[in-house]
Write a protein that binds this ligand. Structure first.
Ligand code: BGC
Length: 733
């Protein structure tokens, strides 16, 4: 680790020589893409340098711009090159929601280690990940980018991703600087509509939405990104309470904060700041170090100092952590990247192996009536239908790095690889599309294709039914295309888009065995399929090796063990729906309670934590080390898990608690521990969890602070959030 005082001295020396313009330049991130209007990056850099450049993915150009910064800009300070590397650079891993479904932080850590190594070899120093927004509303498109609805699982995935991106200690040349985003509350957008305002109480923020961010700080994350939206009427990009009081003063974060794209200038658009100058002043004073792409800092900061509205010391304080980061990452010693390195790094076979394993571990078996799965490999004739069966983009998923060429093994290809002898008939059926095109649709080859006419769609439908009729087994690959989840990709309904369900029904009427493989980045309300299609595998957007991983599971080479990191509602109208609600005066088990709606059940289609296996597990012998503990003490919870079936498999053992009364009402269940364990057929293993002050305290609205109550608690250990194996204990004074 670089000595802290040495770094400080070096930064002091740099600051002492820098003009105000050079300092301001360090607080600016230049949008390097062609479509980003504004002065050419080289001109800006030559004049005063740049803190960072984003939206460029070109190794040669990185070196060219770096050379200008070092040799021609007055301060000679190297640039940090930034890009969104969310779930892989060239080797694509499952989308973050999928990785969370592995309930295995090692999967996320390994994935981001590989992503970091490839990205760094391409010349990227800094990624805008991990995305840590808790999302409880499946309509919100960006649910795909995070770890789902739960703060405990979300925190484990947050820390793992930070470790993967940044490495163990200082960020070396095989790792990248990470960025915890979007701070904070973005996932709770009103109605699940992207960017809409968020209203969250301090208790909800501190108990639910902040924990993954706090976990990232504790894991040493180097940077934070503020969110776009209004949080309780104060936009996150100008929210001093978030960026200073909580992040720096309480949590001790010493890195730097960047706005979201154009977030500084947008404070004026959002009806918060008077104009770009006011936006600049209020954003910087709120604790925003770097302006992403809006140029508002570049235009206004020096003038604000001249006007006496900001002091040079305030500017220095903001520049300091940026320069410290550059010093500690060794950019001054090694500013350039070897232009031949990337091709060697991406060829490493372990990258694809890791991607395949991550995909296998992320998949969730939702249904398997009559043990239809695994299928035998001696199939003679298989129909592979559905609009996503041979879609590379749907397999790789949302958030590809700029300029990425799709290169995934599709499900169709994976099945062909697995069954070289079988006859495989492929018929996609009618295409699916967004009703309102994606704003970046012009960059997407599929979105640019002419829309299928109703006649073409009908012909495709009939061809798919015919293919199914002639086959021994039908594998339907359906769900959402890559542009249906992500940013600008919220929707009101959670149904299978287009005519997919209709096609499933037509195939079901033929009496053929059907397996439904779901691709997509959010929970879908597949109510009909959940009752009629015997086998359903949620494969998410599984990445480069996704098709092989699906085939590994369908044909029994791998036993699925993933679990849902989000509740699957029966309808988009039921969102937000999550397991950790508080009780009501008429709880679900009340004799007169039937449903919260009169037009159908409000229970989840699949609960949080749910997932099946090809084997059976039994969880028993739940024991607590004490039935009573004092405030501040810890007890141990143990249970036994037996594999009572015929296959080796993984079970994710989950621990939930409920505090029965207290200063505030507490959620009827809260996840407080989990462990994914592999168990041989016939074998029994023990799991153990600790419940101490960290697990039992919470931020209380009544007390306006963190407290641990004296109260009784329920404990459940089991295989999902509806576990019934129960015990209880009491916390006394
Ligand atoms: C997104 C961020 C992303 C940034 C830079 C924004 O539109 O909200 O998540 O990091 O763009 O690409």
């Amino acid at each position: 680790m670089k000595d802290k005082t040495q770094t400080t001295e070096r930064v002091d020396a740099l600051l002492a020589k820098m003009s105000i313009e050079e300092k301001v330049a360090q607080l600016n991130q230049i949008g390097g893409a062609d479509w980003n209007n504004g002065p050419k990056p080289e001109e800006v850099i030559r004049k005063s340098g740049a803190g960072s450049v984003l939206w460029l993915n070109d190794t040669k150009r990185f070196n060219e711009l770096q050379k200008i910064a070092i040799e021609e800009s007055p301060s000679g300070i190297p640039i940090l090159f930034a890009l969104d590397v969310i779930h892989g650079y060239r080797t694509i891993f499952p989308v973050p929601l999928g990785m969370a479904a592995s309930w295995d932080p090692n999967v996320a850590e390994k994935a981001q280690t590989v992503a970091a190594k490839e990205a760094r070899a391409a010349g990227i120093h800094w990624t805008f990940g991990p995305m840590l927004d808790i999302a409880r509303d499946a309509r919100w498109g960006r649910i795909v980018e995070g770890a789902g609805e739960d703060p405990n699982l979300g925190s484990a995935m947050a820390a793992a991703q930070v470790r993967g991106f940044q490495g163990a200690d200082e960020i070396d040349t095989e790792h990248v600087l990470a960025c915890a985003k979007h701070f904070a509350g973005y996932g709770a957008a009103d109605g699940g509509r992207d960017y809409d305002p968020v209203f969250l109480s301090e208790a909800q923020l501190r108990n639910v939405y902040f924990p993954p961010f706090k976990a990232a700080v504790d894991a040493g994350v180097g940077t934070f990104m503020s969110a776009y939206m209004d949080l309780n009427n104060v936009p996150a990009s100008g929210n001093r309470w978030l960026l200073k009081d909580v992040l720096r003063d309480e949590w001790g974060f010493e890195g730097f904060v960047i706005s979201d794209a154009f977030g500084v200038a947008n404070l004026a658009v959002q009806g918060f700041a008077k104009d770009r100058k006011d936006a600049t002043l209020r954003s910087l004073q709120a604790g925003q170090h770097m302006d992403m792409a809006s140029s508002a800092y570049l235009e206004n900061l020096a003038e604000l100092v001249q006007d006496g509205l900001l002091s040079v010391e305030e500017i220095d304080e903001m520049v300091r952590p940026i320069l410290e980061t550059k010093v500690r990452m060794g950019l001054f010693e090694k500013p350039y990247v070897d232009e031949g390195l990337l091709e060697k790094v991406i060829a490493l076979p372990e990258h694809r192996e890791a991607a395949r394993m991550a995909a296998q571990r992320s998949m969730v078996l939702l249904r398997n009536e009559g043990s239809l799965l695994p299928l035998s490999k001696t199939q003679k004739k298989v129909a592979v239908i559905g609009p996503l069966a041979d879609s590379m983009t749907a397999t790789e998923g949302s958030w590809m790095v700029f300029g990425h060429q799709p290169a995934a093994v599709t499900v169709l290809e994976g099945i062909r690889n697995k069954l070289p002898e079988a006859e495989i008939v492929y018929a996609p059926g009618p295409e699916i599309r967004r009703d309102i095109p994606h704003p970046f649709g012009e960059f997407d080859t599929i979105a640019r294709k002419p829309v299928q006419t109703p006649e073409e769609a009908e012909a495709a439908f009939q061809t798919a039914v015919k293919a199914a009729q002639e086959a021994d087994v039908v594998i339907a690959v359906m769900g959402e295309t890559q542009d249906m989840a992500g940013e600008f990709a919220s929707r009101g309904s959670l149904d299978l888009p287009g005519r997919q369900e209709e096609l499933l029904k037509a195939v079901d009427a033929l009496g053929k065995p059907i397996v439904l493989v779901l691709l997509g980045g959010r929970p879908l309300s597949i109510n009909w399929a959940a009752e009629h299609v015997p086998a359903i595998l949620e494969a998410w957007e599984p990445g480069t090796e996704g098709g092989n991983a699906v085939a590994d599971i369908l044909f029994g080479d791998v036993n699925p063990g993933g679990k849902l990191p989000v509740t699957f509602p029966r309808s988009g109208n039921h969102a937000p729906l999550y397991y950790a609600r508080t009780l009501t005066h008429m709880p679900e088990d009340h004799e007169r309670y039937l449903s919260r709606y009169w037009d159908g059940p409000t229970t989840p289609l699949y609960p949080f934590g749910y997932g099946l296996s090809y084997t059976n597990f039994e969880i028993k012998n739940l024991k607590l080390s004490a039935s009573e503990i004092k405030v501040g003490e810890t007890l141990t919870v143990t249970a036994e898990v037996s594999n009572t079936g015929n296959h080796a498999g993984d079970e994710v053992v989950q621990l939930y608690i409920h505090q029965k009364w207290g200063s505030d009402s507490r959620p009827l269940r809260e996840l407080k521990g989990f462990e994914r364990i592999s168990i041989q057929a016939g074998e029994t293993k023990q799991v153990s969890f600790q419940l101490g002050p960290d697990e039992l305290r919470y931020w209380s609205t009544s007390a306006q602070g963190w407290i641990q109550d004296v109260a009784e608690f329920d404990v459940w250990v089991g295989s999902d959030s509806q576990a019934t194996l129960h015990a209880g204990f009491e916390v006394v004074a």
